[in-house]
Write a protein that binds this ligand. Structure first.
Ligand SMILES: *[C@@H]1O[C@H](CO)[C@@H](O)[C@H](O)[C@H]1NC(C)=O
Ligand SMILES: *[C@@H]1O[C@H](CO)[C@@H](O)[C@H](O)[C@H]1NC(C)=O
Ligand SMILES: *[C@@H]1O[C@H](CO)[C@@H](O)[C@H](O)[C@H]1NC(C)=O
Ligand SMILES: *[C@@H]1O[C@H](CO)[C@@H](O)[C@H](O)[C@H]1NC(C)=O
Ligand SMILES: *[C@@H]1O[C@H](CO)[C@@H](O)[C@H](O)[C@H]1NC(C)=O
Ligand SMILES: *[C@@H]1O[C@H](CO)[C@@H](O)[C@H](O)[C@H]1NC(C)=O
Ligand SMILES: *[C@@H]1O[C@H](CO)[C@@H](O)[C@H](O)[C@H]1NC(C)=O
Ligand SMILES: *[C@@H]1O[C@H](CO)[C@@H](O)[C@H](O)[C@H]1NC(C)=O
Ligand SMILES: *[C@@H]1O[C@H](CO)[C@@H](O)[C@H](O)[C@H]1NC(C)=O
Length: 677
């Protein structure tokens, strides 16, 4: 799975057809060339086929270098511009290509016979699009186009092994598709598509919750205590059954007044994919645990690319039900917004990229944004729409159809090594842009300690799901992106009370060793806001493991296990063990950082609600404020996150790569954020 994705452009094979039909003028030079010909393209495309040409314009390289500074300017609590978030137009302007680039490339296309009227300039300014016959495109790029002849499953990949551009254009063009990167095309529109077997199977979400011990059914009474099937649940049983009241006591807040009026535009955004809520489960949960929330309370449906929800109770998903049943008791009467994403084929594993289509729906400019050698969604990793499969979403990819909510929580993810690094860098840059625009994003850190799922599954496969010789720690993604808030999990130890300190979540469960994911990214360096915290951690609590630098675990001659100069994971933590929820009609306990992220995100959503009441705005990227104010957390100083045959890291005083800064102290967090502009 890992290898398949990473080696896509490096496969060696022999193949005919590299000779060029046309002499290349001396004014031109090779712009892109495969080191070895593409193994899967070998048949010429007929001269009259229309190709959807895309010319990716070089983005302002300066913008990528300045991006962190721009984000800090609006997010650092000591910055005079704190909270002065950007509009989307300002973001597009800042990150797009320069006007010189736009004009130079447009002039070249015009001189080459591509009339202005045929060219579309994308809204994000990042590319020119036009249709050209193969003959025309081959003349323009001094190349020959081939395809791989595969039609039945997925259409044909059209591409070339090298192409040429005028030398004066090269500095302005990122790359062109179809080109060395192929474009997937249906060359025979009449051919029937068959439902393709999921090629790159989605890695199991590290945050998929586990159905835990079943509580006896037959709830009857609820006042301050809950009696479920003879169990008298109170604050004294929070070590076994985490009710909404337990979370309130842990983090010192009360449920909002259910009749209070709330801001119309501060709905809590919750991302789901391939897992669906059931209204009956919500209603049973409300009836048992939060009777002040009326039956029928449900999220606003912002569904992306053919996604559907809810489902009947028997098909309810443990992730969706959990996320909402944790959020509602914290924020109700504030509303939630469900970003259910992708049609069923893709949502259930037909693509390995989970978040790009969602980000496209929030930011139309991302659909075609070029950065880190990638423009738009990656057709080899992300869903491709329209989806011609039976039942597939037949519309065009949705771009910019929803306003992002002020807060978004995501309890899904994979591992850094499941996806190409450049893909993750481009996606991370989008999280940064959302932060610039005032959106706070929370992501569950994962449930597999410093390692991965053994063999990519819950089972006890041959491997731990770790890197190199199955020994190097495996960071999670998208958590490793420095521009979002990464939430790890804690637990109330058995026999402890809600007023005792929580410890890092770490449990040997039947069939699955659960511990809160943490560690150091192999892709992203230490962001400025985290520098001091990480330096202090290494100075005071240096873990004994050997390490390497710059993500170079493959050539770490000392057997290094983690990246010494990578972004630290997680930032914060919240409870993630024994959460009482209703799923598929059963009163159930669930575990996972999947619980921690919605809990933390809900608290921040409430704080934004309080800010709106006093005329202040959303918070955007909150990490710089959090790291500058560790006193607003309950520091977690016990527990480990085992994995890769080790104990993992240890939770210690101050920031650590197990529970981050700690769990929230709500009154302190509220005071801190109300005090900022
Ligand atoms: C549940 O236990 C508490 C104290 O532990 C007690 O006050 C309460 O009456 C009990 N409730 C029921 C319904 O048994
Ligand atoms: C809980 O918060 C209140 C303020 O809302 C504070 O007075 C109290 O001391 C806090 N309790 C704990 C245990 O921190
Ligand atoms: C809240 O509203 C409901 C119905 O609108 C009403 O029955 C109830 O008395 C109200 N409660 C409070 C505390 O205002
Ligand atoms: C909605 O939120 C924005 C900031 O996120 C604020 O400027 C605007 O006033 C809010 N509108 C309403 C109706 O609350
Ligand atoms: C709400 O729904 C639950 C589950 O379907 C049901 O048991 C309960 O009676 C309903 N309550 C009301 C007031 O309709
Ligand atoms: C982009 O691709 C070019 C060659 O196609 C390569 O030289 C360059 O290093 C790549 N840049 C990144 C950021 O991956
Ligand atoms: C999990 O099991 C291992 C081996 O049996 C044991 O060493 C470890 O302490 C257990 N961890 C927890 C959290 O119970
Ligand atoms: C859990 O971890 C222990 C070692 O701590 C190991 O012996 C056991 O096989 C693991 N269980 C699973 C299901 O991976
Ligand atoms: C090996 O590691 C060193 C030091 O981190 C780095 O400079 C070098 O590029 C790495 N070599 C390879 C092939 O990754």
């Amino acid at each position: 799975m890992h290898v398949g994705v990473l080696t896509f452009v490096h496969i060696a094979a022999t193949l005919a057809g590299t000779a060029l039909g046309l002499a290349v003028p001396h004014t031109h030079a090779v712009h892109e060339r495969r080191r070895v010909p593409h193994p899967r393209i070998n048949q010429r495309v007929s001269a009259d086929v229309l190709l959807p040409m895309r010319v990716g314009l070089k983005a302002n390289a300066e913008a990528l270098r300045s991006a962190e500074d721009w984000l800090m300017e609006v997010s650092h609590p000591s910055s005079p511009k704190f909270g002065q978030h950007w509009t989307s137009a300002e973001v597009i302007e800042a990150f797009g290509p320069s006007s010189e680039t736009i004009e130079t490339v447009a002039a070249w296309l015009g001189e080459s016979g591509i009339a202005k009227e045929r060219i579309t300039h994308s809204d994000n300014k990042g590319w020119f699009a036009f249709d050209a016959t193969v003959e025309e495109a081959e003349r323009l790029l001094h190349t020959e186009f081939f395809h791989d002849g595969i039609e039945e499953d997925r259409g044909s990949m059209v591409g070339c092994n090298e192409y040429h551009l005028p030398k004066h254009i090269q500095d302005h063009v990122d790359y062109i598709t179809p080109g060395v990167r192929g474009t997937l095309m249906d060359l025979h529109p009449s051919s029937q598509w068959k439902r393709a077997a999921a090629e790159g199977k989605r890695a199991t979400s590290p945050s998929t919750p586990r159905h835990g011990k079943l509580m006896p059914k037959g709830a009857k009474l609820r006042n301050v205590d809950v009696v479920v099937g003879g169990l008298n649940l109170t604050l004294d049983t929070c070590d076994e059954y985490v009710l909404p009241e337990c979370i309130q006591a842990l983090y010192n807040f009360t449920a909002p007044e259910p009749n209070s009026t709330v801001s119309a535009n501060n709905s809590l955004g919750i991302f789901e994919e391939g897992d669906f809520y059931a209204q009956d489960d919500f209603d049973t949960f409300f009836t048992l645990l939060t009777p002040y929330i009326p039956n029928g309370t449900h999220p606003i449906h912002d569904f992306v690319d053919g996604a559907k929800a809810p489902v009947v109770q028997a098909l309810a998903g443990g992730e969706s039900d959990l996320d909402f049943e944790l959020a509602y008791p914290i924020i109700y009467p504030q509303t939630t917004t469900l970003y259910q994403t992708d049609d069923l084929y893709y949502a259930e594993g037909g693509a390995s990229g989970i978040f790009n289509t969602f980000l496209d729906a929030l930011d139309g400019s991302y659909c075609t944004y070029s950065a880190y050698n990638e423009t738009g969604d990656d057709p080899t990793l992300d869903p491709v729409y329209p989806d011609p499969r039976p039942g597939g979403y037949k519309g065009e990819l949705e771009c910019g159809v929803y306003e992002p909510t002020n807060v978004i929580t995501i309890s899904y993810g994979v591992y850094e090594n499941d996806l190409p690094y450049y893909y993750q860098e481009r996606q991370c840059n989008e999280f940064l842009k959302l932060g610039l625009q005032g959106v706070s994003i929370f992501v569950a850190s994962g449930d597999t300690g410093v390692g991965g799922y053994p063999d990519g599954t819950y089972g006890d496969g041959p491997a731990y799901g770790c890197l190199r010789d199955d020994d190097v720690f495996a960071p999670t993604q998208p958590n490793s992106c420095p521009w979002l808030t990464n939430v790890g999990a804690t637990q109330i130890n058995s026999g402890s009370s809600v007023y005792d300190a929580e410890v890092a979540a770490d449990q040997n469960l039947s069939g699955f060793n659960y511990s809160s994911s943490g560690g150091f990214s192999n892709i992203f360096g230490i962001p400025s806001y985290q520098t001091d915290a990480i330096a202090t951690y290494f100075a005071d609590h240096d873990p004994s493991y050997p390490y390497y630098y710059d993500g170079n675990y493959l050539n770490a001659t000392n057997g290094g296990l983690y990246n010494r100069n990578g972004r630290g994971i997680p930032d914060v933590a919240a409870n993630g063990l024994n959460l009482a929820v209703v799923v598929e009609g059963d009163f159930t306990l669930e575990d996972g950082t999947s619980a921690s992220s919605p809990i933390f995100a809900s608290l921040i959503n409430r704080i934004i609600e309080e800010r709106i009441k006093v005329g202040k705005g959303s918070l955007g990227f909150i990490n710089p404020t959090l790291y500058a104010n560790p006193q607003v957390f309950h520091d977690i100083t016990a527990g480990y996150n085992p994995g890769c045959g080790t104990l993992g890291f240890e939770a210690v005083s101050g920031w650590d790569p197990v529970t981050g800064l700690g769990t929230p102290d709500y009154p302190q967090l509220l005071e801190l954020f109300l005090g900022l502009p």
